[in-house]
Design a protein around this ligand. Structure first.
Ligand code: GAL
Length: 414
């Protein structure tokens, strides 16, 4: 233990000699409060403590992080930014442009991040010429999770097309099982929507619509078909779906009340935390269609005074991208490491599928940022899309009206 501490202190001194006598501390804002999430963030808390750091936890419950981002804005506006914040995608650059972020280039360079992170991930962590965030993982968004026994008992295999999904859902409904466990919160509607969109639109049209915000792609016939499929899915959720937290929806799949959930692989973290095994208790498959929607969690350090806190930021940044942390954290979280040099032998079959599909997608141009999880668009534009998705899902709005509203909402948000 002593030796680890010394090494840690030496690294901090190397990065910033004035921090030599500082005692690293950090107040960390995050939204990892479900069973699997809490287990994962505990790995970082432990490593921070083992390296002499004092961690003040600031969890803000709410899947997808909307509530956490509201809390962050309030803290920064009152001139009291947290030391480190779970922050990702273009929101990192938005905060940088407001002058709120600390430069962590010294750590990134000392640790050789450029050599161990794929360029597509590293790009999200840079602000102009500096490093401004540290990545912890790669979550995949376009997954279907299923209860293995329920599928077996009903003679259903994992659907490979949306038609197969719909046929399975009807069969399950007739058997008195909830086909799709869903939580009616805007970010969960958006999560399902983008998985459906990727499958129906294909990677190129998805990119045009949700990365480039191309009007023709937003109003295409294929986009009408995406909303049609959302309407079909609406018929396959239970009556009490409104407002349900995502992890409670996962629990419905675990206990056999529901057959499927469409959710990112943080859901796997829930299954694992409950002692369930992939391929035995639950099944994973990518949602129908080709491509890979990535969602990279990361932490940004905010401008704060005090050598102790600045030492805490340097230590945290170093630990987060550390090889061992990336392994242990991601084994719990359901994601795969952001670093490319972490062996995956201890990871399960779902993680291997994710890693294989990610590398295939990155080669054939179908590796895409998740719009629903803040990787593709700035906040205002992503919010405008999600408002339409949710309004459609929770009403009898036609698909044609939805695409028109989508194009108008996007145009207004620019
Ligand atoms: C995502 C985040 C994941 C997971 C999920 C549910 O946006 O990237 O790490 O926490 O929300 O809270």
């Amino acid at each position: 233990m002593k030796r680890i501490k010394l090494v840690a202190v030496a690294a901090v001194i190397l990065v910033n000699p004035s921090l030599a006598l500082a005692e690293p501390e950090a107040e960390v804002l995050h939204w990892w409060t479900s069973g699997g999430e809490a287990k994962s963030v505990a790995v970082l808390q432990q490593e921070f403590a083992d390296n002499g750091g004092t961690w003040t936890d600031m969890p803000v419950a709410g899947g997808g992080g909307d509530a956490a981002m509201t809390a962050l804005r309030a803290r920064v506006l009152s001139g009291n930014a947290p030391t480190a914040v779970q922050l990702k995608g273009p929101a990192i650059q938005e905060w940088y442009e407001e002058g709120a972020l600390a430069d962590i280039s010294a750590v990134a360079e000392a640790e050789g991040w450029a050599d161990v992170l794929p360029a597509s991930i590293a790009d999200h962590m840079r602000c102009e010429d500096s490093w401004c965030a540290a990545p912890v993982n790669v979550h995949r968004v376009d997954w279907i999770w299923a209860n293995a026994d329920v599928l077996k008992a009903n003679d259903i295999s994992m659907p490979g097309t949306w038609q197969e999904f719909n046929a399975a859902a009807e069969k399950l409904q007739a058997a008195g099982i909830i086909p799709l466990a869903h939580g009616g919160q805007a970010w969960q509607d958006a999560t399902v929507f983008e998985a459906v969109a990727l499958g129906i639109l294909g990677a190129d049209e998805f990119r045009k619509a949700f990365v480039e915000l191309d009007e023709a792609a937003l109003t295409s016939d294929a986009m009408v078909a995406v909303f049609d499929q959302m309407r079909t899915l609406r018929g396959h959720v239970d009556r009490n779906f409104s407002g349900r937290d995502w992890n409670l929806a996962t629990a419905m799949v675990m206990n056999g009340e529901a057959a499927f959930q469409i959710m990112g692989d943080w859901a796997k973290g829930e299954f694992l935390a409950a002692g369930k095994a992939p391929g035995v208790d639950f099944l994973c498959a990518s949602t129908p269609g080709d491509g890979f929607l990535y969602n990279v969690d990361s932490f940004a350090m905010f401008n704060v005074d005090g050598e102790d806190r600045q030492a805490g930021q340097a230590l945290l940044a170093r630990l987060i991208v550390g090889k061992n942390f990336q392994k242990v954290f991601n084994l719990n979280k359901g994601s795969i490491p952001a670093r490319t040099d972490v062996p995956l032998d201890e990871f399960d079959s779902c993680a291997h599928l994710s890693a294989d599909d990610m590398s295939a997608s990155s080669q054939n141009g179908s590796l895409l940022p998740s719009y629903a999880h803040g990787m593709a668009l700035r906040g205002a534009q992503a919010g405008a899309i999600t408002d339409v998705v949710t309004a459609h899902f929770n009403s009898d709005m036609s698909s044609a009206d939805a695409v028109n509203m989508l194009a108008a909402a996007v145009a207004n948000s620019m």
